[in-house]
Design a protein around this ligand. Structure first.
Ligand code: CO
Length: 133
């Protein structure tokens, strides 16, 4: 098990890249708008894991409301799992509450979110990579 990514909610991607890319020195991978999630994301790969800077495209969506309420900061931590169904079943059996059902990205990646009330204050994403082609 490893951390797949750490997502940080930011107000302005260019301003945040002035810190993460220019001052701290992390190379930016991709930068794209993900309309399905209502965010623009800058991916900053760092070895086995990466930082994802998330900028809401709509102040009323969940990232927008997070920024409004909590300000900039860590939005979620994503853990890679081998079998997401088994991981969710184990969490639910232990009494954990899921914040969202298991969903899929177009590339076959599957993901789900554990409610921060169950994960001691941190929204936690589970991620299962697509099966090898
Ligand atoms: Co994520």
């Amino acid at each position: 098990m490893h951390i797949h990514h750490i997502a940080i909610a930011v107000k302005d991607l260019d301003e945040s890249l002035a810190f993460y890319r220019d001052a701290l020195g992390i190379t930016v991978g991709e930068r794209k708008e993900v309309l399905a999630e209502g965010v623009e994301i800058a991916f900053l790969p760092m070895g086995e894991t990466e930082l994802e800077l998330l900028r809401p495209l709509d102040p009323e969506n969940s990232i927008g409301r997070f920024l409004e309420k909590r300000g900039e900061g860590i939005h979620h931590i994503c853990v890679a799992v081998e079998d997401i169904e088994a991981a969710v079943a184990k969490l639910e059996a232990a009494g954990a509450r899921m914040a969202a059902e298991i969903r899929s990205h177009p590339d076959g990646t599957r993901y789900a979110f554990v409610h921060p009330k169950s994960s001691h204050g941190v929204l936690m994403e589970l991620y299962q990579k697509p099966p090898e082609a």
